[in-house]
Design a protein around this ligand. Structure first.
Ligand code: 5GP
Length: 122
């Protein structure tokens, strides 16, 4: 799947659409989800043009991958989520209902998140 330069996160990266920014460095931007599913719901995205985790894991440089993982952990620590706990999740493709075709990590926290997948939904 080719990268779509008009996706909403590409527009956020270009500054064409505002975001509630929490963190930024050379490789990473993190901002609050516009429709939060939990009290804390942050999106962590690479600045590079990667469609999803599949694309990022295959094509990103080691520096980008390491920077992304380090930044994600730091954001969770800075938000005070290490002691109470948090969940990270990334949707790839149709079965996962990925909506925005720019790789992103969801960082959820701020309440008891329950089981990962409800037993009846298996
Ligand atoms: P996905 O289903 O692709 O994993 O999740 C996309 C996420 O992007 C959703 O949680 C949605 O609320 C969020 N989102 C979509 N458009 C915007 C936007 O313009 N700004 C922000 N901050 N989040 C957005």
């Amino acid at each position: 799947m080719a990268y779509d330069d008009d996706n909403i996160f590409a527009k956020i990266l270009r500054g064409e659409i505002p975001c509630d920014r929490l963190y930024e460095d050379d490789h990473v931007l993190a901002f609050r989800d516009i429709n939060p599913q939990t009290p804390t719901h942050v999106l962590v995205i690479p600045k590079g043009a990667y469609v999803s985790f599949d694309d990022f894991s295959e094509s990103a440089s080691s520096e980008e991958i390491a920077g992304f993982v380090r930044a994600s952990g730091k954001i969770a620590r800075d938000l005070g989520l290490v002691e109470p706990g948090y969940r990270i999740l990334s949707n790839h493709g149709a079965d996962a209902h990925q909506e925005v075709p720019h790789f992103h990590l969801h960082l959820f926290g701020g309440k008891n998140l329950g089981r990962m997948i409800k037993p009846q939904d298996k």
